[in-house]
Write a protein that binds this ligand. Structure first.
Ligand code: AMP
Length: 372
């Protein structure tokens, strides 16, 4: 069986990731790391979040940075502000025991651009960015990407569906000719294939993590039949029955998120809301409080469905089922991380049972009916 050492990861990084509980390489890490460390190459990885994808590209990136060169050498694009900050923190942690300094900056919308410009004037080896804000900085002449060696497109399908297509094309054009592109995506819609065809090497190695394996087998899927009127009470009964557990409640709308948050706060629960209309400062504050456990629960729209990694979440509640099937996987993937068990509970109305059967069929999972 391979170890991080046999994959080519150097000792100080192995020591650092050990402290994050990363001891044995996951499938995507086993497959991607040797390729990405061995030679300069484009790369396509079909993998979802929760598979250890961040370390699969992050370790090769930090190991390949030349700390004596002050230029920006790697650019990582990711769809949401929270993910950008999470990746930045991970990379920083990977270098904890490295004797050289690798400087990582995160740039994303919603935060004062002047502050980010100021930070970028210091030595920066790696930029982690949302596409829109990066374009802003490029246009102001505040980012210099001429010496980029590696461009990572993380969650490429999500960036496209969030409307970043033009921005991505511009960034790809702007950095073309002198960098390798590592593209990670959970799905391969036509638009992604077009990006690969236009901007990447036709012989780029491809690694696919079995899609069926991406719906984590440690998650138990349950549904509760309820009524619109009784949904809030159903959630309250559940939270009261599991007082020591932490989890996320997903709602379909921003207003619904805020209303339910208010109601649950009034009931005395330690909960915070996160949705896209909130000021970035507020979003960061809530996410920080949830991650450091000063909030027990998070209530959110799908803005935190993907990628967000919070340890030891025992459950996910779907106040309503998501419109898109993929989002069921993303939402429920917030629980049962790093080998732990978790439960994903959908609150459904009696006319939605058909939807449960569809999800069972499409994702090859089984739901059990429950009650509380
Ligand atoms: P990611 O898919 O990159 O968002 O990672 C999901 C979670 O799994 C993070 O909390 C990582 O720290 C953790 N993780 C990543 N790789 C491993 C590994 N090889 N073994 C155990 N946990 C891991």
């Amino acid at each position: 069986m391979s170890t991080f050492a046999t994959l080519g990861v150097k000792k100080p990084f192995i020591q650092s990731i050990k402290e994050l509980g990363i001891n044995t390489p996951s499938e995507i890490q086993q497959k991607a790391i040797p390729i990405l460390l061995d030679k300069r190459t484009d790369f396509v990885g079909l993998a979802q979040t929760g598979t250890g994808k961040t370390a699969a590209f992050g370790l090769p990136i930090v190991q390949q940075i030349d700390p004596n060169n002050n230029a920006v050498q790697a650019l990582i694009l990711s769809p949401t502000r929270e993910l950008v900050q999470q990746i930045k923190k991970q990379l920083f942690k990977y270098t904890k025991h490295y004797d050289a300094k690798v400087f990582v900056e995160a740039v994303y919308g919603g935060e004062k651009i002047e502050k980010q410009i100021h930070n970028l004037q210091r030595t920066t080896h790696i930029i982690v960015a949302t596409p829109g804000r990066l374009i802003d900085l490029i246009e102001r002449g505040e980012v210099h990407l001429k010496e980029i060696i590696t461009l990572v497109l993380d969650e490429a399908d999500e960036m496209l569906s969030m409307g970043f297509k033009q921005d991505l094309n511009r960034i790809l054009k702007y950095t073309s000719g002198h960098r390798n592109t590592w593209l990670f995506s959970a799905t391969m819609p036509e638009e992604i294939q077009r990006i690969i065809k236009t901007y990447m090497d036709a012989n780029a190695p491809r690694v696919e993590i079995n899609r069926n394996a991406t719906v984590n087998a440690n998650i138990s899927h349950q549904f509760v039949k309820t009524t619109i009127k009784d949904k809030a009470n159903t959630i309250i009964r559940f939270l009261e029955s599991r007082q020591n557990s932490r989890g996320i409640i997903f709602c379909r709308t921003k207003a619904g998120t805020q209303n339910l948050n208010k109601l649950l706060q009034e009931e005395g629960f330690s909960i915070g809301a996160l949705e896209g209309d909130m000021q970035q400062k507020e979003r960061d504050k809530v996410m920080r409080a949830f991650k450091n456990e000063s909030l027990q629960y998070l209530i959110s729209t799908d803005v935190s469905a993907r990628g967000i990694d919070v340890r030891d979440l025992a459950f996910v509640i779907h106040h309503q089922l998501p419109d898109q099937l993929d989002y069921y996987t993303h939402r429920s993937g917030r629980t049962a991380r790093a080998g732990k068990k978790g439960v994903s509970i959908a609150l459904i109305l009696s006319n939605e049972i058909q939807r449960i059967h569809e999800i069972e069929k499409d994702l090859n999972i089984k739901f059990t009916e429950t009650n509380f």
